[in-house]
Ligand binder design. Structure first.
Ligand SMILES: Cc1cc2nc3c(=O)[nH]c(=O)nc-3n(C[C@H](O)[C@H](O)[C@H](O)COP(=O)(O)OP(=O)(O)OC[C@H]3O[C@@H](n4cnc5c(N)ncnc54)[C@H](O)[C@@H]3O)c2cc1C
Ligand SMILES: *[C@@H]1O[C@H](CO)[C@@H](O)[C@H](O)[C@H]1NC(C)=O
Ligand SMILES: *[C@@H]1O[C@H](CO)[C@@H](O)[C@H](O)[C@H]1NC(C)=O
Ligand SMILES: *[C@@H]1O[C@H](CO)[C@@H](O)[C@H](O)[C@H]1NC(C)=O
Length: 503
């Protein structure tokens, strides 16, 4: 193909990607989800999963023992292909490491007496709410994108607008079951093998294979009574957000910043009754995207109250993938599009990744940021200023969380420090002229380390290994890697998540 033609193809692939997404990816995503939903529903009704579980775990053990018998030729990782995960990048190591198949996709047991749900690692958040909410139960921290999995949230991290009460996803987990690199199965909790229990979160599959987790259950109500409060000015934004986060009467706290001067802070509680005229079923296919709906609140100079069905609230950012979808389907929030095709939205992130061309990948790499920075809440105002200078991306997602002083990769750096943190999520195209992926990110990583914060592992990290070790406490991790003889079996976290390890 000559140069001009190649450029034209590239142009069409980039600018008319929505044609392919709308005609092909949307229907495929829809029917795939429908099939999964029916399959999971049936398996749960038949309670066939618990019987299968031991057999499936034995299969993981068999594969690990096979790896030992064959002389441990290369390190191991899960066989889940890179395109299937939510992370926008794909690990290069999938091609070179021994892939262990883990076909563990079901909810095993809902024990309302002990208030525990036992799940396999590939259970997704959408699957959990669809099963638990109709039974009147939920989990305390429910990361909101439907396709996030328990395994990924335990091994990486998970957060939601209830995290200022309950902590990160790892903090609502009561125990883990793992297959270690010697082929044995172990269970760990805060009382049984506590070292392992505290080392697993953020270890990214480098201590063993997760085969089950027990998660705390809490009763669910039918609606969330949500108060939207428009706030103007950097000082007011930081102060109002911190005040809302410290007030434990709020079950949910979230902020969306639309510029350095404009934000809407949302606080919510669960209720069983509504005022019908204030009911807003934001999950319905024809409703505006949530971040657009919230932005409209800025025009009103007062607090606004709405009642939102619980499951709609949980998955409020699913349909527009926060605000990522506006770059992929620019007219996706158009009212005609919503009524006619909204029921198929969103396309699955996995299918978007699977079908993206090199040109799109490059475009994203050089012009797009996807980052969650977790920083102490006292630095919120300063952090927002630094991020504005470095990227100038809006909207910005704010989600508060409490970080208990447990041992492990992520803990307050200073015991006397405040335990309240905030996740600052930056997803979009930077508007500053000086943006350079590597330099800009390194600047931010340095800043985040200095203020004793952390970077989420799904995102690009440009740190060196030494800098990474400064950001994350490796004391317990190193101890367990030695004790469990992981070196030959698994790479270090850094070697899986650094920019060089991913394409
Ligand atoms: C578009 C987008 C939206 C997001 N939204 C949110 C959000 O709303 N809230 C939030 O908290 N986070 C969010 N995240 C980040 C998310 O928490 C991480 O990507 C997380 O790791 C979960 O992703 P996953 O389920 O696809 O896991 P994966 O990417 O599949 O897993 C992460 C890693 O964990 C390890 N792992 C997974 N399963 C196992 C297992 N069984 N045994 C051993 N190791 C295992 C593997 O090393 C794997 O690479 C978002 C990310 C993106 C890209
Ligand atoms: C918003 O309300 C406040 C207090 O109620 C008032 O002081 C302010 O002038 C109002 N701003 C606008 C733009 O209406
Ligand atoms: C790192 O973790 C260990 C074990 O939990 C703890 O003793 C140590 O104080 C931590 N170091 C820092 C710098 O936080
Ligand atoms: C921990 O924080 C306290 C108060 O914020 C401070 O006085 C102390 O020097 C800090 N310690 C370290 C090791 O940074």
């Amino acid at each position: 193909m000559d140069k001009g033609c190649e450029n034209l193809t590239e142009y069409i692939l980039i600018n008319y990607r929505w044609v392919f997404v709308c005609l092909f990816l949307l229907p495929v995503s829809f029917f795939y989800d429908l099939w999964l939903y029916l399959r999971n529903w049936l398996v749960f009704q038949l309670t066939s999963a618990p019987k299968q579980h031991n057999k499936k775990v034995r299969d993981v053990q068999r594969q690990v023992r096979g790896w030992i018998k064959n002389g441990k030729k290369s390190q191991m990782c899960t066989a889940r292909p890179g395109w299937q995960t939510m992370c926008f990048r794909q690990g290069r190591y999938k091609n070179t490491m021994k892939n262990i198949k883990i076909d563990l996709v079901d909810i095993l047991e809902v024990d309302t007496e002990r208030q525990v749900v036992r799940v396999e690692p590939l259970v997704s958040m959408g699957q959990l709410t669809a099963t638990l909410n109709p039974l009147g139960w939920t989990i305390p921290v429910l990361p909101e994108i439907d396709d996030l999995t328990v395994g990924g949230l335990v091994m990486g991290t998970g957060i939601e607008s209830s995290s200022h009460r309950y902590g990160l996803f790892q903090h609502i987990c009561l125990s883990y079951e793992l297959v270690l690199c010697d082929g044995s199965v172990v269970k760990c909790s805060k009382d049984e093998n506590p070292d392992l229990f505290y080392a697993v979160p953020w270890s990214y599959g480098t201590l063993g294979f997760l085969t089950a987790a027990e998660i705390k259950l809490v009763p669910a109500k039918r609606f969330v009574k949500l108060t939207y409060k428009p706030v103007k000015g950097p000082d007011n934004i930081a102060n109002a957000f911190e005040r809302a986060s410290r007030d434990l009467k709020n079950e949910f706290v979230e902020g969306l910043c639309y510029s350095e001067n404009e934000a809407v802070i949302m606080t919510g509680v669960q209720v069983d009754q509504t005022e019908p005229e204030k009911l807003n079923e934001i999950g319905k296919w024809y409703k505006p995207w949530f971040f657009v709906h919230v932005r409209d609140m800025l025009k009103r100079n007062e607090s606004i109250i709405e009642y939102i069905p619980l499951r709609d609230y949980y998955h409020r950012h699913t349909r527009s993938i926060f605000w990522e979808l506006q770059d992929i389907i620019p007219f996706g929030n158009n009212v005609f599009f919503r009524y006619l095709f909204g029921w198929m939205v969103p396309p699955k992130v996995s299918l978007l990744k699977l079908t993206q061309t090199e040109a799109i990948k490059k475009l994203y790499e050089n012009n797009h940021v996807l980052q969650d920075m977790l920083v102490p809440i006292r630095t919120l105002k300063d952090s927002l200023k630094v991020f504005k200078e470095t990227f100038d991306i809006y909207p910005i997602w704010l989600c508060p969380f409490i970080l208990p002083n447990n041992p492990g990769m992520v803990q307050p750096k200073n015991e006397t420090d405040d335990k309240l943190y905030v996740d600052i999520g930056l997803y979009g195209t930077p508007k500053v002229k000086s943006f350079k992926p590597r330099e800009s990110m390194r600047k931010i990583e340095k800043y985040v380390t200095e203020v004793h914060g952390f970077q989420m592992l799904y995102a690009d990290t440009y740190t060196t290994k030494e800098e990474f070790r400064k950001m994350f406490n490796h004391t317990l991790y190193d101890k367990l890697r030695t004790k469990l003889e992981c070196r030959e079996a698994f790479s270090e976290v850094y070697d899986k998540v650094s920019r060089a390890a991913r394409s």
